[in-house]
Ligand binder design. Structure first.
Ligand code: FE2
Ligand code: FE2
Length: 291
């Protein structure tokens, strides 16, 4: 009997045809008992997202998705704002059979897959933000970050976006999960995951070698609200994306995994491994967690 497996990937950015082709090539190998998690940033084009979903659902038992920031851009969509686009994505998922809600998978062993909607807390939200000051450079992130131009939110939304998205997950947090949980979000749940070394060491290196000193990614990286939800769920594994820097790290009983496909040029430059063009197997129902 073939085991049922859970595969994960994020930041597939399928507007790069090479990325789209590699994911389809993997999918077409046949995974009828498997589940595929896509943790956001596929494309901002809803028609392309629909094409992707319709193709993938034919090859997997379950396909699960959470939108990233790119999905919520409205620069070339007919949507009035990003909230309206979020609703259109939820409808697209429902119509194509892609899941944005928890599902229990596996035959021998079982595991819950739990999607968490998310956004980032900027530096005006201390206590939630992942912000780290760069005291060696002028901050020009406001002029450089695509979401500040391409995403648009209704004027009546007064609460922080990260709080709004976190509240949307409330029904999933109230449930009892009798089996291990794999949760996933697009954005980063913890500040320490931004860096490849402990914070002091990472900042000392950044001071010398920062290739983009005026851009502060930590302002738009994620939110501590996500980690609070990961802990409430009791996740064994949390998958995230967004940074295009791939890591596996254990912190206080939770394994955090980032497996971004990223842009072709990032793979050429070695920022993202060439192996990340394919989803990673994170769990199988005969042997359990792979990581
Ligand atoms: Fe991305
Ligand atoms: Fe992203």
């Amino acid at each position: 009997m073939i085991p049922s497996r859970v595969w994960a990937i994020s930041d597939i950015h399928i507007d790069y045809q090479e990325n789209f082709d590699r994911l389809l090539e993997f999918s077409r190998r046949g995974h009828p008992a498997d589940s595929l998690i896509i943790a956001g940033d596929a494309t901002d084009r809803l028609d392309r997202l629909g094409d992707l979903f319709r193709e993938l659902v034919g090859h997997f038992r379950h396909v699960l998705f959470v939108p990233g920031n790119h999905e919520l851009w409205v620069r070339r969509s007919g949507h009035e704002d990003s909230l309206q686009k979020l609703k259109a994505i939820q409808t697209l998922c429902a119509n194509t059979g892609v899941m944005m809600e928890p599902v229990l998978v596996g035959q021998y062993q079982k595991v819950w897959l739990v999607p968490l909607l998310s956004w980032y807390d900027d530096k005006d939200q201390p206590g939630h933000s992942l912000y780290v000051e760069k005291d060696y450079a002028e901050d020009r992130t406001d002029d450089m970050w695509g979401d500040f131009i391409h995403a648009r939110w209704p004027v009546h939304m007064k609460q922080p976006l990260a709080e709004f998205f976190a509240q949307e997950n409330a029904p999933y947090l109230e449930r009892e999960y009798q089996h291990p949980v794999i949760s996933f979000s697009h954005f980063l749940p913890r500040q320490d995951l931004i860096f490849h070394k402990p914070l002091g060491e990472a900042m000392a290196l950044a001071r010398k070698y920062d290739p983009l000193p005026e851009f502060n990614f930590s302002r738009v990286a994620g939110s501590q609200r996500i980690d609070e939800q990961v802990r409430r769920l009791g996740s064994t594994l949390h998958i995230y994306g967004h940074q295009h820097r791939n890591r596996v790290r254990q912190v206080k009983g939770v394994t955090y995994l980032s497996h971004c496909m990223g842009y072709p040029k990032e793979r050429q430059r070695g920022h993202v491994s060439h192996e990340a063009v394919e989803p990673l197997c994170v769990w199988r129902d005969d042997t359990g967690f792979v990581l």
